[in-house]
Design a protein around this ligand. Structure first.
Ligand code: MV4
Length: 448
């Protein structure tokens, strides 16, 4: 096992990794920008190194500064967390070439899944269901019209270089296609510097369901069931839960087995998540995340498996200590993302936190790096806390979540707590009747 790990991240995820290290008896190195000198992850780590000024490109996204910090502190491994350099194949390769362990998958797997078209092609070759569409970028408008006849309408024109919901154009019928192609290519060129686009069947009311996997370096893979992350706003997840209301145990086992067998053929190891759109009983692969995810606690609560601990053990070459038959999903877990932003305008609201009182009690977990007196810096993501609850079933989990949301006090900075409270008072949310467009529509009418 490693003796010392450098954590190449900040905020709540840096604390999450730090906690896993401490429980494994591993010393920790925090890195931080000058804006984060008083941050909680710096306070809790055994050692810390300042790696640069506030802009991420000059600190948390600077591979040379991070490798230098690992070198001078004698760290043996680097955990990238999520965001920043977590899925950067070049960084992972540099880490390994400099003699450190990268706590994540192979750089080759980061590379494949980082390219949307290649990822989709690979997923199909590996036997995963994908959205019907073109296999490559489409060149001419004629080619697009021909492909569209095969795919059917409505369809989506997606920018090859897009992602996170950017660069998507809906086309209702053949009469709109030529004009939409011209527009989409122009926008893709302007927005991403790459005009290539491809076509996909448009799913109108999907749910977002993702499968969590863990695999060791000895070819042993398991899935930990799904998370339903359908409630998103501008492609940012707001609520995540497990299990999904729409899957039966048989359907869960079936998609899980398909994902495990696909990733086993790929030789994948460490933690990973395969994202699907789900509509009318069918799964359609959209992408794979080759990292720890923000919403991993939901899975930890229903399975009892510590995903970060397993990531570290796997990177150290240890074997998974359990088999698929040992994984049981029990009860129901819900996570909500608390952000420092005005929920009506979405404007970030950095500033000094004057009072901080997180909820507690049975079945309540708060992952946060906040403390009273802390000033939320303006340079980074607005996520300031994740509130995660676990209870025997969904109805009780919602009651517990409402109770916890009522206890939660964050003063000094605007947060989306009022929005989260309103959300769970809504009947359709309580009954689980929503799709990926639901939250956007709710917010158009919500005035706090
Ligand atoms: C789609 C889709 C419908 N049909 N693809 C948005 C983010 C990107 N990863 C995939 N996205 C979508 N792709 C087809 N063929 C609808 C979405 C989508 C969406 C997906 C997941 C969660 C929220 C969403 C909100 C709007 C659109």
């Amino acid at each position: 096992m490693f003796r010392k790990i450098l954590i190449a991240n900040r905020g709540e995820v840096a604390l999450r990794i730090l906690r896993a290290c401490r429980e494994l008896g591993i010393a920790t190195v925090a890195v931080h920008s000058t804006a984060d000198a008083t941050a909680m992850h710096v306070r809790l780590a055994d050692e810390s190194v300042c790696i640069g000024p506030p802009p991420p490109t000059e600190s948390y996204l600077n591979p040379v500064a991070i490798l230098a910090a690992a070198e001078i502190t004698g760290a043996e491994a680097i955990h990238p967390g999520y965001g920043f350099l977590a899925e950067n194949a070049d960084f992972a390769q540099m880490v390994i070439e400099h003699g450190f362990a990268f706590i994540g998958p192979d750089p080759a797997h980061l590379r494949i899944m980082g390219d949307k078209i290649q990822a989709k092609r690979r997923a199909r070759e590996l036997g995963l269901p994908v959205v019907p569409g073109t296999e490559d970028a489409v060149g001419s408008e004629e080619e697009a019209l021909e492909a569209a006849e095969r795919i059917g309408y409505p369809l989506l024109i997606k920018a090859v270089a897009g992602g996170g919901g950017r660069g998507m154009t809906v086309v209702q019928g053949p009469s709109q296609l030529r004009e939409a192609m011209r527009l989409a290519r122009r926008e893709a060129k302007l927005g991403f510097g790459d005009e290539r686009v491809y076509l996909e069947r448009y799913l109108e009311r999907p749910r977002h369901i993702e499968i969590q996997v863990l695999g060791d370096r000895h070819g042993h893979l398991v899935h930990l069931g799904e998370r339903d992350c359908t409630l998103q706003r501008r492609h940012q997840k707001v609520v995540e839960e497990a299990p999904s209301l729409v899957l039966s145990p048989d359907e869960r086992a079936e998609i899980g087995e398909r994902v495990v067998s696909a990733l086993a053929r790929l030789g994948y190891h460490n933690a990973g998540t395969v994202e699907f759109l789900w509509q009318d009983g069918r799964f359609y692969f959209i992408e794979m995340n080759t990292r720890l995810q923000v919403e991993h606690p939901v899975t930890e609560l229903v399975t009892g498996i510590d995903i970060v601990r397993e990531q570290i053990r796997i990177a150290a070459g240890e074997r998974l200590g359990f088999a698929q038959k040992d994984v049981r999903v029990s009860g129901h877990a819900i996570e909500v993302r608390v952000t420092a932003e005005d929920p009506r305008t979405l404007t970030p609201s950095p500033g000094r936190v004057t009072a901080y009182h997180p909820p507690g009690g049975p079945g309540v977990r708060v992952d946060s790096a906040l403390y009273a007196g802390y000033t939320v810096p303006p340079h980074y993501d607005s996520l300031i806390a994740k509130l995660v609850v676990h209870d025997v079933d969904r109805a009780m989990a919602i009651r517990r979540l409402e109770r916890a949301l009522a206890e939660f006090v964050i003063d000094g900075t605007a947060t989306n707590l009022p929005l989260l409270r309103a959300l769970f008072a809504n009947r359709e949310i309580r009954e689980g009747r929503f799709d990926t467009r639901w939250l956007g529509q709710f917010l158009q009418n919500w005035r706090g």
